[in-house]
Write a protein that binds this ligand. Structure first.
Ligand code: NI
Ligand code: MN
Length: 225
């Protein structure tokens, strides 16, 4: 599969089958994204929670691409109420889609939308696609159950925030990598706004000092995994 990073928490996964999945597509009002929402396609859109820097341009893209939303129940209902296709799930549950399996995990954060709709619990997401496992933690603080998630899933790529203030900062994120023990850790949710400015090189060197591997994906970079 291919994994493309747009910056912040926004990714596009392209399965070997060609099916495209967007995660948290915050693009048009994201000063660090090299692409705009009109430039990306999605068969499915996964939203980790209801904050505007994660819903982003999801509705605009879904309208153009006839995408199906995959979210926790309350957020999926919010998407469905706007007229979009949605697959309702919740934390701890998994479902086999045509591209692979999706499982939601806990995340410690908030999830109210900008129009004050309670979008349920925020979530992380495990993707089981083409014999690889990606763990996108969503916005979260550090929690010890990441150890359990790592024990039960051989995580290939862990995508986790380092921005601090709203989420884990660098030192907590390094501990999260030690707990979940992925093959590769990718820092996200940093340098989008001054409040979350962090040095990803510092994260990378601290992860390596802890005996793990980190990869800084540049904004717009696509890798084959
Ligand atoms: Ni958030
Ligand atoms: Mn956020």
């Amino acid at each position: 599969m291919k994994l493309k990073y747009f910056s912040h928490s926004a990714f596009q996964v392209t399965a070997n089958s060609g099916i495209k999945i967007l995660i948290d597509p915050f693009l048009d009002h994201n000063p660090t994204s090299p692409v705009k929402s009109d430039d990306v396609d999605a068969d499915y859109i996964i939203l980790t929670h209801g904050h505007s820097d994660h819903i982003g341009d999801a509705f605009k893209i879904a309208k153009r691409c006839n995408s199906t939303f995959i979210c926790v129940n309350e957020l999926a209902n919010y998407c469905a109420a706007k007229g979009f296709k949605a697959h309702n799930m919740h934390i701890g549950g998994s479902w086999k889609f045509e591209f692979g399996r999706v499982k939601f995990t806990i995340a410690h954060h908030g999830s109210m939308t900008d129009d004050n709709y309670y979008a349920g619990e925020p979530a992380g997401v495990l993707l089981f696609i083409d014999d690889k496992i990606i763990y996108h933690t969503g916005d979260t603080g550090l929690f010890y159950d990441m150890k359990l998630i790592g024990e039960m899933n051989r995580i290939d790529y862990m995508l986790l925030p380092i921005g601090d203030n709203f989420t884990m900062g660098i030192d907590d994120a390094v501990k999260a990598v030690e707990l979940a023990s992925p093959e590769v850790a990718v820092p996200i949710h940093y340098n989008t706004f001054p409040m979350i400015n962090q040095d990803p090189e510092e994260f990378k060197s601290k992860v390596e000092k802890a005996g793990k591997q980190a990869r800084i994906m540049s904004f717009g970079e696509e890798i084959v995994i």
